[in-house]
Design a protein. Structure first.
Length: 122
C-alpha cells in the first residue's frame, strides 16, 4: 500500500507504525526532532529542533540514561541516532554503536556551522 499524506490518524498502533514505516524520506527526516535543553529553550524561544550530526546530546531514557555525547551519524530510514560514547559490547568482544531514538534525547548544544541552521534558530 502506498503512503498517503492525506491520512489523518488511527487508534491502532499497527497502522501508526505502518504510516511512519512507509513515509517518504522528507517526512521521516522531519520526525527526527528532539527536545532542547532549558538553556537553549530560553535562548532560541523554541521547544524542539531536528537532531543533526555534530550536536551534543544527552540520553534521557533507556539503558544509557544520563550519558552525553556528540551525534556521529543519523539513520533517517530507521529514524535512529548514533551518539559517540554509547556503545554495546558484542559477543565476539568488539564494540558497536547503539542506535537511540531521537525522542529519547535532549539537545545540549547545537552545531551552528551551517548558515541555514543559524537562520532557523533565530
Amino acid at each position: 500500500m502506498n503512503w498517503a499524506s492525506a491520512w489523518k490518524s488511527s487508534k491502532k498502533p499497527g497502522k501508526q507504525r505502518k504510516y511512519i514505516r512507509n513515509a517518504p524520506k522528507h517526512v521521516k527526516g522531519a520526525q527526527l526532532g528532539s527536545h532542547l535543553s532549558p538553556e537553549l529553550r530560553k535562548k532560541y524561544s523554541k521547544r524542539a529542533a531536528r537532531v543533526r550530526k555534530g550536536d551534543r546530546v544527552k540520553v534521557m531514557n533507556g539503558t544509557f540514561k544520563g550519558k552525553t555525547g556528540k551525534v556521529e551519524r543519523i539513520d533517517t530510514e530507521k529514524q535512529r541516532v548514533f551518539v559517540s560514547g554509547i556503545e554495546i559490547l558484542k559477543k565476539d568482544g568488539s564494540k558497536a554503536q547503539y542506535p537511540v531514538k531521537p525522542s529519547n534525547l535532549m539537545i545540549q548544544d547545537l552545531d551552528l556551522s551551517d548558515k541555514r541552521r543559524i537562520k532557523k534558530t533565530k
